[in-house]
Ligand binder design. Structure first.
Ligand SMILES: [Zn+2]
Length: 480
């Protein structure tokens, strides 16, 4: 089983300067490697010895010394296998350090992982996603150490070529987990490291086969309420970015930013202010979504959501033109903008991703169903009509079944999953106990855990904690 824990680092001034300079060097190295691969690819076209990217055809070493999307060089390894672009660029690191000695200050593993990062980007492209992009300061903010290079000692971490660095040991590493790769990332509010932990002895919880699913809950995502569940409960939408107060603050700060001169110190300050607000919004939303996801996953064996196309929902309206003059006329985009912002603020996709993660971790399943007609269909008689729905109210035009529109939709979503996946659900009484949750591994309780910290604070007399067990027992044993 693989986990990923994130800790905040506490670098010294010189350490953060060093990491900053590493980022700059690594970014230009990444961009150089990408340019190199693109150039080589085009050269192969010109030479005529083009080795297709997609067919993975082998080049003839006599006529073409250039490998598929790679740098120029010997195309064969000693073992007889063909070198790929990544291994060639890895081998070029020695040359790079000779020509630009300041690259010697970077750990060589980190440089190799930087090439590997480009490999991954190319692999994604071959899998049908976008072509790798050149990076600028704002989208290149991390570097990675290979497994077993980084050492831990209580609240200090050893990063090769940077040294021992303090960090906030906010959560203990579970027993039996070994540290794999470590990624250092710069964010608006400082430096963070995300640590991949692995324990091979713990298998991933088995995915529940469809015939074993006993309970299911349908979720309908909305804006007035974030989630409506098929069991009748709902979860409010706090609108972290689009509530009145935050919108006003953001507008003000952005206006202040836009009035500063480009390249001035004041501008940097204003940029930081805007970034800080965005960070606060994102943090609040993330924390809330984890809470909500945890709550939802505990509801049933299977969690059913609609397969939403959020990208399509927030698309801009098509431009409209007057037929005879060809002039552009209003297309309603101005009115849609607010709705789009609300949709993006609710970020259903991220919530669903979190539910999926937690479901996988606790041996449950997330099912996706086709969103077609879920809000128009009557759950009592199955009649589909757009007129069934009157904003929040649902009144069936055929059987006059009355319901809350979104709860009705949530019930439809659950029903769809029953049909599409062939579920055999059992009836659960409303007042029955919550289903037992699966626990996978023990996390040691060290002094860093909140409960113990609170307790030790209470012991020192700093704060009184209600329900202090030791104190209660003491009172109990007194003679009255
Ligand atoms: Zn009906």
């Amino acid at each position: 089983m693989i986990l990923s824990y994130i800790y905040k680092l506490r670098p010294s001034g010189s350490q953060s300067d060093k990491m900053e300079s590493w980022l700059n060097m690594l970014r230009s190295h990444f961009n150089w490697c990408l340019a190199d691969r693109i150039e080589t690819y085009h050269q192969q076209f010109i030479q005529g010895a083009y080795c297709s990217l997609r067919t993975k055809a082998e080049a003839d070493p006599l006529t073409c010394c250039i490998v598929k999307n790679g740098a120029t060089g010997n195309p064969w390894q000693n073992s007889g296998k063909k070198r790929n672009a990544g291994t060639i660029q890895d081998a070029g690191l020695v040359e790079l350090k000779a020509a630009r000695p300041w690259y010697k200050s970077i750990d060589s593993d980190v440089l190799q992982r930087n090439v590997a990062r480009l490999n991954t980007a190319y692999q994604n492209f071959f899998d049908g996603r976008g072509f790798p992009k050149f990076k600028n300061r704002s989208n290149f903010r991390s570097f990675e150490y290979k497994p077993r290079r980084v050492k831990f000692n209580e609240n200090k971490v050893y990063l090769p070529k940077i040294g021992w660095m303090r960090f906030f040991n906010s959560r203990p590493i579970p027993n039996g987990f070994a540290v794999r790769s470590v990624t250092i990332r710069k964010k608006t509010d400082g430096w963070f490291m995300s640590v991949r932990l692995e324990d091979k002895s713990i298998p991933l919880p088995p995915v529940l086969p469809t015939f074993e699913i006993k309970t299911a809950v349908g979720l309908d995502m909305g804006l007035i309420k974030l989630v409506h569940c098929s069991d009748g409960s709902d979860i409010p939408n706090p609108r972290f970015a689009t509530n009145k107060k935050t919108k006003r603050t953001l507008k003000k700060r952005q206006r202040r930013l836009s009035r500063t001169k480009k390249g001035s110190r004041n501008r940097n300050k204003r940029v930081a202010q805007v970034a800080k607000l965005h960070l606060i919004i994102a943090n609040r939303r993330n924390a809330y979504q984890w809470q909500v996801a945890n709550k939802l996953v505990k509801k049933a064996d299977a969690i059913v959501v609609e397969n939403l196309n959020i990208k399509g929902m927030v698309k801009r309206c098509k431009p409209k033109r007057e037929e005879n003059t060809g002039r552009f006329v209003s297309n309603g985009q101005a009115a849609k903008r607010g709705l789009n912002r609300s949709i993006l603020d609710a970020s259903w996709g991220e919530l669903i991703a979190k539910i999926e993660y937690l479901a996988a971790k606790s041996g449950k399943v997330l099912l996706k169903v086709n969103p077609r007609h879920t809000s128009m269909e009557c759950s009592a008689c199955g009649h589909i009509d757009q007129a069934n729905r009157d904003r929040e109210r649902f009144i069936c035009t055929k059987c006059s079944h009355i319901d809350h529109a979104d709860k009705q939709a949530a019930r439809n979503i659950k029903q769809k999953a029953v049909v599409e996946y062939g579920l055999k659900l059992i009836k659960v009484r409303r007042d029955s106990a919550e289903p037992k949750q699966l626990s996978l591994f023990e996390t040691p309780s060290t002094e860093s855990t909140v409960a113990i910290r609170r307790q030790s604070g209470a012991d020192k007399g700093k704060r009184r904690v209600p329900g202090n067990l030791a104190r209660q027992l003491e009172l109990f044993s007194q003679d009255i």
